[in-house]
Design a protein around this ligand. Structure first.
Ligand code: PLP
Ligand code: TYF
Length: 398
């Protein structure tokens, strides 16, 4: 029956984590997977999340099914978090939000929905992007192409080439955009660049599909929603999948959402109905604990304020580590430019290291990056940053 099945090679990022875990060297450093670790190297449990959970328990623990679209409080709070409370699109009922199984669930539900309703469209992702983007959309039957994005020569953005490519796309092409803290490069569009992109999206009648997995890790919770708000303010129709895995440190709870900002309330109603049907055919309904948790943290004023402070702490710790690694590398290799560490945002930086250099860093210094040269800056701490700089400097010297 199953003898013809091709073996699964495994996910390359999980393979690096497994190799790290099997490494017996006590000074090993994991800068591979996109997870925020605190200064002690632990996965944090945010006090705001703990308190929300205590309140949920105190309210009684009945665990019935949520509806297909998820928890009503969660959905309303997500729309406000993304667009800003009181946004005209929310007031006009033009936003269809569903709670999903992580933002991965949201991305996938959106992909299946779009394959049904825009069957002739192709998907365009940044070069490079999170590998799973391509897998998910190809899995939904899409042709996935890439638009120019990262500039290896400067550690910045090929914005003119990106715009030129998008200008040439057929109407209704789906353009996947990282709203902030690009994975894997850390290179984001500036506000001016988002504003320059918007007329191209409008004139070419493209469908932007935003992925917001690292809200709060760039410049701030509201600041990192800039792209969402700019597109909504411009009156565009678009999708946005957002995640709380990182921002609430609730990876395994699978807290995420998918929102469609539509031209009219009638369209939003149609979209919501078909998103529900898409969910019904896959997992029927999302997780009740995840929905209540998001609704509580975002919706109860004291918890919300506390959470925003906790996100700021994580963001500031990463910024401090970017600065510390930058300075440590400049001290070791004066004359080399490590400015990319300071200009890139969020959890990741593209170091520009080759696959061979990444391998040497791992073999000789027990520092784990992924093969592309992506570093998870959130795995750095005061205890390991000098050691990481020693290893990188040794490898970069050749
Ligand atoms: N999108 C990007 C760019 C990511 O990096 C990730 C996770 O690392 C996700 C989406 C999915 O996150 P989750 O399904 O945990 O919300
Ligand atoms: O490090 C990254 O880019 C991610 C991490 O369900 C990840 O691939 C791990 C598990 C998961 C989603 C993302």
């Amino acid at each position: 029956m199953f003898e013809h099945i091709q073996p699964y090679a495994g996910d390359p990022i999980f393979a690096v984590v497994a190799a790290f875990q099997a490494d017996a060297r006590p000074h090993k450093v994991n800068l591979s997977i996109g997870i925020y670790f605190d200064e002690e190297g632990r996965l944090p449990v945010l006090p705001s999340v703990q308190q929300a959970e205590a309140r949920i328990l105190a309210e009684g623990g009945a665990k019935g099914y949520l509806p297909m679209e998820g928890d009503a409080g969660c959905r309303a709070e997500v729309a406000k978090l993304l667009l800003g409370p009181g946004h005209a699109a929310i007031a006009a009922n033009r936003v269809a939000t569903i709670q999903t199984v992580g933002s991965s669930g949201g991305l996938k539900v959106g992909a299946d929905f779009l394959k049904t309703w825009l069957p002739g469209s192709a998907v365009w992702v940044s070069d490079p992007t999170w590998d799973n983007h391509r897998s998910m959309f190809e899995g939904s039957g899409f042709q996935v192409n890439s638009y120019p994005y990262y500039d290896a020569a400067t550690g910045g953005l090929r914005f003119d080439e990106m715009l030129a490519c998008l200008r040439g796309l057929p109407a209704r092409s789906i353009v996947l955009l990282h709203a902030c803290c690009h994975n894997p490069t850390g290179v984001d569009l500036s506000r001016e660049q988002w504003q320059a992109l918007i007329p191209v999206l409008r004139e070419r009648e493209l469908l932007p599909y935003l992925d917001l997995a690292y809200q709060g890790y760039g410049d701030g919770i509201a600041e990192d929603a800039y792209a969402v708000r700019a597109l909504a303010d411009a009156g565009l129709t678009f999708f946005v999948a957002n995640s709380f895995s990182k921002s609430m440190s609730v990876y395994g709870e699978r807290c995420g959402a998918l929102s469609a900002v539509c031209a009219t309330a009638a369209e939003a109603d149609l979209v919501l109905g078909q998103l529900k049907f898409t969910v019904r055919r896959i997992y029927s309904s999302p997780a009740i604990h995840a929905g209540k948790l998001v609704a509580k943290v975002l919706g109860e004023a004291d918890l919300r304020a506390q959470w925003e402070g906790e996100v700021a702490q994580m963001r500031e710790r990463i910024a401090g580590m970017r600065r510390a690694l930058h300075d440590a590398l400049v001290a070791r290799l004066p004359g080399r430019d490590f400015g990319y560490l300071l200009s890139q945002r969020g959890m990741f930086s593209y170091t520009g290291m080759t696959q061979q250099q990444v391998q040497r860093l791992r073999d000789e210094h027990a520092v784990y990056l992924i093969a592309s040269g992506r570093m998870c800056v959130a795995g750095l701490s005061r205890a390991n940053v000098e050691r990481v700089a020693d290893g990188m400097a040794a490898v970069l010297k050749g």
